[in-house]
Design a binder for this molecule. Structure first.
Ligand SMILES: [Fe+2]
Ligand SMILES: [Fe+2]
Length: 266
């Protein structure tokens, strides 16, 4: 079930919730920046493309989009990419060189329709500049977040996501403990390499985000968060290197689950 809501005067969120049985609920967000040259940040999940396009249409005519900022190429971010490119011939895709490379193995991006960015580089979208920012946590080396220099909003891709019992519309509606637990768990799943980082180096990465002074943090996997939540978000992420590593269910656990479902447990 997809829906859309307004997070800031010129930013809409197109969102659905994925239920991961036994672990919680995860928001899957894409964003429309209503710039002079409108930008769609990511394109929803592959299996939800029809619903995604319908929800997107409630906030913008896809024919009016000029840019797709593809933060990375995971299945929860590229769902309607090809379809939107097919339907709107002027749409260009902002991504990294690696993003183009990975897409070439599935649905190649036409090279005259890509705009390559590296962290620190900017794109002019008419009434504002977007700056590419590497978030401090990610699950894919393609990952390129962005800062909207007009609104001050940081679009953080998978970073700051949280697995939650319920997904509210605003992160402020989560208690400190709900947010902390959900965020730490998500990051141990999605960025398990954080257990191996140099702690001082990671702290300086978090400080780099603090210095951006974002007015909002819009994660692909968290309800919209205002800048006042930044310290809670950074504090939770700082705990991840020393949190318990995630270990997924193994075959014995799977067989136990299946036996429970079919009633064949001995
Ligand atoms: Fe991802
Ligand atoms: Fe994601």
């Amino acid at each position: 079930m997809m829906n859309a809501y307004r997070a800031a005067p010129d930013v809409d969120v197109v969102t659905s919730t994925a239920t991961i049985t036994g672990f919680g609920n995860l928001a899957i967000n894409a964003f429309v920046i209503h710039a002079a040259e409108p930008v769609l940040v990511d394109t929803g999940a592959v299996r939800e493309s029809d619903d995604f396009i319908a929800a997107l249409r409630t906030v913008i005519d896809p024919a009016d989009l000029c840019w797709i900022w593809l933060t990375h190429t995971d299945f929860d971010h590229i769902g309607s990419l090809q379809r939107l490119l097919d339907e709107n011939e002027r749409l260009q895709v902002i991504t990294s060189f690696l993003g183009v490379g990975i897409m070439s193995l599935a649905a190649p991006l036409p090279m005259d329709r890509v705009y390559l960015v590296n962290p620190g580089q900017t794109v002019d979208v008419g009434d504002r500049t977007l700056t590419a920012v590497r978030p401090p946590a990610f699950d894919n080396p393609i990952t390129t977040g962005l800062r909207d220099e007009r609104s001050g909003i940081f679009f953080s891709s998978d970073c700051f996501g949280a697995l939650l019992d319920e997904v509210p519309e605003n992160a402020e509606d989560l208690s400190d403990e709900q947010l902390r637990q959900g965020q730490v768990f998500w990051a141990t799943v999605d960025s398990s390499w954080l257990h191996n980082v140099d702690r001082a180096m990671f702290a300086s990465e978090l400080e780099r985000i603090r210095r951006l002074e974002p007015t909002m943090i819009l994660s692909s996997h968290l309800p919209a968060a205002t800048g006042s939540s930044l310290e809670r978000l950074l504090d939770a992420l700082a705990e991840v290197p020393d949190a318990s590593p995630f270990v997924g269910p193994d075959q014995a656990a799977l067989e136990q689950m299946l036996a429970g479902i079919t009633g064949l447990a001995s």
